[in-house]
Design a protein around this ligand. Structure first.
Ligand SMILES: Cc1cc2nc3c(=O)[nH]c(=O)nc-3n(C[C@H](O)[C@H](O)[C@H](O)COP(=O)(O)OP(=O)(O)OC[C@H]3O[C@@H](n4cnc5c(N)ncnc54)[C@H](O)[C@@H]3O)c2cc1C
Length: 444
């Protein structure tokens, strides 16, 4: 068996694994990334709606999303991109598209709490009543339907009860190509000396003297040992399996579980897009979300309404990758109630993909009980936007723990350069009490 040595091994080259690799390399470590696919960003990342919004249920969530949004605005600088990349035009660096975001009122999503967090963090917003919604986005019918109902029930077609408003955050938007964002981070990590092993699958995590000592991998039938004092699990929906290989999980108060989700694509209705894509809309009143695309389409996803079953998976690699009649109908019919001019084509178009869901839909960025073994997992369908910062959070936790700090008892605090706030990273601890104020949906 061949042997290679590094200061750190990262399992997974999704957008967060690539960000972790970049941040660890920037901190001066030699890094090897192990990825079973042939390129970065081909797991959950490539399926991401890549929505950049700021509404979360915790201070740490809002502060992280607001800070990370500045990274997307300054993407070339975050990557330390060469001049050729900066001037190459669309398709070389992922691009943030500012559209604004409208979060519609819903009794289970207390706007008062979110807006108080926006005030605390400094996120600009406006309150829109139904008349303002109609004036600003004529395609939207601001009727109130709460609670969400199964689309095959008669109740779904009942008349609305009054109207609703919402809050608008003008700085929200989306990243045009999430897979490209992962490739950009991987290229940045490589410029800092990291190496990526593609078509390479993790088979074992090795220990010595009570701490991690590296990983065993296989590539094209050839086994290799990668010796490293630090190993980071960023395996996305396969995170539970990787934790099992490391023998950790006993002291996790928060567990993760793979869940299939679907995003459907339809032509955007008239009155939704202007010259630029319309605002992204979080519609917990009906149980859906949607956003525009640069090509004049609408991406429609689900927001886990309590009336619908969740699609938990026993095996994160065994799922339907195309659209299903069940979710296509549910998501599109809900969107069509909100956007009366939306036409729902007979032939479903979309993708099925997998979320790595934490019990309270808040990620786990943490050390573990096995010294040297770290996790960036449980990203719950809502952490693409935070990837660049998640990488730096992990590097800070690794640096502190490897210097002797016990992050469990003396949590690392991370200073956010743009907002000036500080985030106590125990908010993302594996041992936290489940956050009762979470939406327990993709909204986090
Ligand atoms: C349909 C969908 C829509 C989403 N929409 C949004 C959104 O609008 N906004 C937002 O912020 N977030 C969104 N997300 C969430 C976001 O995309 C994820 O949080 C993020 O992409 C996770 O990145 P990752 O690097 O942790 O995981 P992944 O991208 O899944 O990468 C994990 C990698 O690990 C590799 N791997 C696993 N096991 C092994 C092994 N044994 N050996 C080697 N390699 C291994 C996999 O091949 C994979 O490439 C969405 C997710 C989905 C699925």
């Amino acid at each position: 068996m061949g042997v290679a040595t590094a200061d750190a091994v990262v399992i997974g080259a999704g957008v967060i694994g690539s960000a972790v690799a970049h941040a660890l390399a920037v901190s001066g470590r030699s890094v090897i990334v192990v990825e079973r696919n042939g390129a970065p960003g081909q797991g959950s990342t490539s399926a991401s709606s890549a929505i950049i919004r700021f509404n979360y249920s915790t201070f740490a969530g809002v502060a992280t999303a607001w800070e990370a949004h500045h990274d997307w605005l300054n993407w070339a600088d975050v990557l330390e991109a060469p001049d050729a990349d900066r001037t190459a035009g669309r398709g070389t660096l992922a691009t943030f598209v500012r559209t604004g975001s409208l979060c519609l009122d819903c009794p289970t999503h207390d706007p008062g709490k979110v807006l108080a967090l926006f005030d605390q963090v400094g996120v600009p917003y406006e309150i829109w009543d139904a008349a303002t919604i109609r004036a600003r986005v004529p395609a939207i019918d601001p009727a109130r339907y709460y609670p969400p109902k199964p689309v095959d029930s008669e109740a779904f077609w009942a008349d609305p009860e009054g109207e609703l408003g919402g809050y608008h955050t003008p700085d929200a938007g989306f990243v045009d190509d999430p897979g490209l964002a992962a490739q950009n981070l991987a290229a940045a990590a490589r410029r800092r000396g990291a190496s990526f092993r593609f078509h390479t699958t993790l088979t074992a995590i090795t220990t010595s003297g009570g701490r991690v000592s590296g990983v065993d991998v296989v590539c094209g039938g050839v086994a290799e040992h990668l010796s490293a004092p630090v190993v980071v699990n960023v395996a996305g929906p396969a995170s539970g399996r990787v934790n099992a290989l490391a023998g950790v999980g006993e002291d996790f108060a928060v567990s993760t579980r793979p869940m299939r989700a679907e995003v459907n694509t339809v032509p955007a209705p008239s009155g939704y897009n202007g010259p630029e894509p319309g605002p992204l809309v979080a519609d917990l009143d009906l149980g859906t979300y949607f956003r525009g695309t640069l090509g004049g389409e609408l991406l429609v996803g689900g927001a886990e309404p309590a009336c619908d079953p969740l699609h938990w998976l026993d095996d994160p690699d065994v799922y339907e990758p195309g659209p299903t009649a069940e979710l296509y109908t549910a998501q599109l019919y809900r969107a069509a109630r909100r956007l009366p001019d939306l036409t729902v084509p007979n032939r479903p178009v979309g993708i099925g993909a997998v979320y790595d869901v934490a019990d309270d839909w808040i990620p786990i960025y943490d050390r573990t009980a096995l010294p040297g073994f770290y996790v960036a997992i449980g990203t719950s369908g809502n952490q693409f936007k935070n990837a660049p910062l998640a990488g730096r959070y992990l590097a800070a936790i690794v640096d502190s723990c490897e210097s002797g700090r016990d992050h469990d008892t003396t949590p690392v605090r991370f200073a956010l350069p743009h907002s000036g706030h500080e985030v106590d990273l125990s908010a993302f601890s594996r041992r936290r009490s489940l956050h009762a104020g979470s939406s327990f949906t993709v909204m986090g």
